[in-house]
Design a protein around this ligand. Sequence first.
Ligand code: ZN
Length: 333
Amino acid sequence: MTSKSRIFSEVDFEQEGKQQGFLRLPHSVHRSAYGWIAIPIVVIKNGPGPSVLLTAGNHGDEYEGQITLMKLCRELEPAAVRGRIIMLTAVNFPAAIAGLRTSPIDDLNLNRSFPGDPDGSPTEVIAHYVERELLPISDYAIDLHSGGSSLMYLPSALIARATDDELTGRQLDILKAFHAPLSFVMSPREDRTMLAAAQRTRVAAMGTELGGAGSTSVQSLAVAERGVRRVLKHVGSVPEMEVGQELIPTRLMEVGGSDYYVHSPDYGFWEPLAELGDEVRAGQTAAAVYCPETPWREPVMTQFDRDGTILCKRVPGAVHRGDCLFHLATDCP
Ligand code: ZN
């Protein structure tokens, strides 16, 4: 196995000024023998300063971040920038143009594909390129997500707790600068995400959960745009960035282990018995699941396993056993 990426970049990350073009991911298929997948990229570099990596479209059905970066990459010019900003508006491009969480080419979820594989399928090649080529030349990274098609979040921003306090501290610093209405610290659950990749490369990284339901809103877009601008200003990347007025303090919360999550106990249609933003108690009934094939049967009930605030709720009414219905957050001590 070679460790070098097969992706060719049309942009030179060391060149001063503003460049736009594509990452060329070789993809030889029936309809195109010598073709490549064209992943759009914009790089702005102006002298010394921090190097910031901004990504959206890690999941293709999450639009808030993609729109935010499409606006930002047109607006920003080198004179306003210190250091380097790399923008990937649709990092898993095949998923983004299909409007899907996973790539229609290999069915893979980019955010479960790190550290990737340079000889793997397109999603694995992208993960490898981000972890081995882009993160090592970055000081900061923001990976913009939302709930996608199946989930809806209170507009929020997050970090994954690092194993050491120094990196967690640097991550907390940009999380607070982003200043979403709600900020949370995730207990480490996954080592295949971009945030995990950032920790392996010692990059101060944060993510977002801006809204979801496969849609966008005035509020979620405002949180995304203001947050990214505030971080770029805070780290000295765009010192004169316009960020609007100061907001109410962010509510700092945490999301812990499996007791924070409620999954469907059966197949059928689900009736939520609590709503996004509600404060709930351990043992409180969360949902009833009705089986459409046996309507005379009692619904199967499920409950919250701990106290907390509902941060995330499933969107579609149809469920399979094991689908996530809710997840909670609790205030940081
Ligand atoms: Zn996502």
